[in-house]
Design a protein around this ligand. Structure first.
Ligand code: R5P
Length: 230
């Protein structure tokens, strides 16, 4: 699986040109991209990157990739990031690693977003992967009740769980928030659910990325498949 992730990352690297401003994704697939990009930078490629997490920042610094921020640059040319699930409309579930908020800010500030993944992430309908929703700790129960209402209005239901870290404590995001994972199974109308979740005051951001990805590079046993958003 790791080999497939690296193949997808290598293919995405072909879209990178000298002088580009890049969004650098987070997760085990994006990690390959940052690693390969670092090799190109060492070979003379000139780019600047905006990392989508503290983990990616640390990796990029170790690879000597020049970094910037969204305060210093206007738009980014391209973001390359992984996904937990994607469908044929190139709508995504992201946030399995807890980086969804910065990932979405960076993707939204980019002219293009390329999603890199092994082809097990490709699904007919989003939702088998639990949907991460980043929330403010204050008023958690009220936020979860509002989330349950949003689920009902968009025709889905399921258990919600507050994410815990490996140490058993509540997982805290880079932004200091918590994550509720919603086990919905099948999200028939992801754009509608995305809109409803965005209206809830205690929800900082959710892991549905609607209309942000322009290209998906999927690596599988049969080779690489490139899908463009219609
Ligand atoms: O928060 C994490 C990100 O959204 C990741 O891009 C996503 O979880 C996919 O990660 P991986 O490439 O490790 O499967």
């Amino acid at each position: 699986m790791d080999g497939l992730k690296r193949q997808a990352a290598a293919q995405a690297l072909e879209h990178v040109q000298d002088g580009m401003k890049l969004g650098l994704g987070t997760g085990s697939t994006a990690k390959h991209f940052v690693d390969l990009l670092g090799q190109r930078v060492a070979g003379g490629l000139r780019v600047v990157g905006v990392p989508t997490s503290e983990a990616t920042r640390a990796q990029a610094e170790a690879c000597k990739i020049p970094l910037t921020t969204l305060d210093e640059v206007d738009r980014l040319d391209l973001t390359v990031d992984g996904a937990d699930e994607l469908d044929s409309a190139l709508n995504l579930i992201k946030g399995g690693g807890g980086a969804l908020l910065r990932e979405k800010i960076v993707a939204a500030a980019s002219d293009r977003m390329i999603v890199i993944a092994d082809d097990t992430k490709w699904v007919d309908v989003l939702g088998r992967f639990p949907l991460p929703v980043e929330v403010i700790p204050f008023g958690l129960a009220a936020t979860q009740r509002a989330m349950a209402d949003a689920f009902a209005q968009s025709g889905v239901s399921g258990q919600m769980g507050l994410r815990k870290g490996k140490d058993g404590h509540v997982f805290v995001t880079d932004g200091g928030h918590w994550i509720v994972d919603a086990h919905l199974g099948r999200i028939a109308d992801a754009p509608r659910l995305a809109g409803l979740l965005s209206l809830i005051p205690g929800v900082v951001e959710h892991g549905l990325f609607i209309g942000l990805a322009s290209i998906a590079v999927l690596a599988g046993a049969q080779g690489i498949r490139v899908v463009e958003r219609r």
